[in-house]
Design a protein around this ligand. Structure first.
Ligand code: PRP
Ligand code: MG
Length: 206
C-alpha cells in the first residue's frame, strides 16, 4: 500500500517536484501528468488540488500527507498535524499599498485573500480595520480605489513593483509545510515514516 500525498497545484507544485528530484525520487510520472489530477509514482499516489482543498483532503483522511503553504494553515486552521517546514515556498505576508497615498476611507480598508490572518494581526495591535475579501489579483484593489491597502503574499516582490505598490509592514515569514492526517500518522506509520523522514532536511545555516 502506498501513501496518498495531496499537492498544492501551481507554484508550490513546481517547487515540490524540484525538491523531490533533489532527493532522487523519480518524478517523471508527475511531470507527464498533463491535466490528470491523480498520478501514481513508485513511492506514493499524488493528487493535485488548490491549497485550502489540500488541507481539507488531509483533514478528512483522503490524503495521508499534504504539501501546503503555511498561509493556508494560518488562515483556515485545519485540524491536521503540522509535521515540518519544507525548504521551499519561502515568502512573506505583508501589508502593502501605494507609497504616499493617504487613506481614502475613514477606517483603513484592507483587501485580502486572508481575512482571518488580517483581522488577527490588526487586533493584536489594537487596530480595527475594514476588510474586503478578494480571491486573487489583490494588488488591483488599492489601484482601483476598492481599498487603502492589501495584505498578501510577497515572494519576489515583482507583482508589487510592477503595479507601483510597496511593502508598508512586514507581517511574517512563511514557507511550504508538510502536513499529515492525525489517524494516518498512527495507523500508517510504517509506510509514512520513510517518506516523511526523507523530507526532513536540515537547513544549513549561513
Ligand atoms: C501571489 C500573491 C502575490 C504574488 C506574489 O499571487 O498573491 O500576488 O503571487 O509573488 P511575487 O512577489 O513573486 O510577485 P498569485 O500569482 O498566486 O495569484 P492570485 O493572487 O491571483 O491568486
Ligand atoms: Mg496575487
Amino acid at each position: 500500500m502506498k501513501p496518498v500525498i495531496a499537492l498544492t497545484k501551481g507554484r508550490l507544485e513546481k517547487q515540490f517536484l524540484a525538491f523531490l528530484e533533489s532527493l532522487n525520487y523519480d518524478i517523471q510520472p508527475l511531470k507527464e501528468k498533463g491535466r490528470k489530477l491523480q498520478v501514481e509514482t513508485e513511492h506514493f499516489y499524488a493528487v493535485f488540488a488548490k491549497g485550502v482543498d489540500v488541507a481539507t483532503y488531509v483533514e478528512h483522511g483522503i490524503a495521508d500527507i499534504g504539501i501546503v503553504g503555511e498561509d493556508i494553515l494560518l488562515e483556515f486552521e485545519p485540524d491536521v498535524y503540522d509535521l515540518l517546514p519544507l525548504p521551499f515556498g519561502k515568502c512573506r505576508l505583508a501589508v502593502a499599498g501605494e507609497q504616499k497615498a493617504e487613506n481614502k476611507f475613514a477606517k483603513q480598508r484592507i483587501a485580502t485573500k486572508f481575512p482571518n490572518i488580517t483581522t488577527k494581526y490588526f487586533r493584536e495591535r489594537g487596530k480595527s480595520v475594514d476588510i474586503v475579501k478578494l480571491e486573487g489579483s489583490v494588488e488591483l484593489a488599492p489601484l482601483l480605489g476598492l481599498a487603502d491597502d492589501i495584505v498578501d503574499i510577497v515572494e519576489t516582490g515583482n507583482t508589487l513593483r510592477e503595479n507601483g505598490l510597496v511593502v508598508k509592514e512586514e507581517m511574517l515569514s512563511i514557507s511550504a509545510r508538510c502536513i499529515a492526517n492525525r489517524n494516518s500518522l498512527k495507523l500508517k506509520k510504517a509506510i509514512l515514516a520513510p517518506l516523511i523522514d526523507s523530507f526532513r532536511i536540515e537547513e544549513v545555516a549561513i
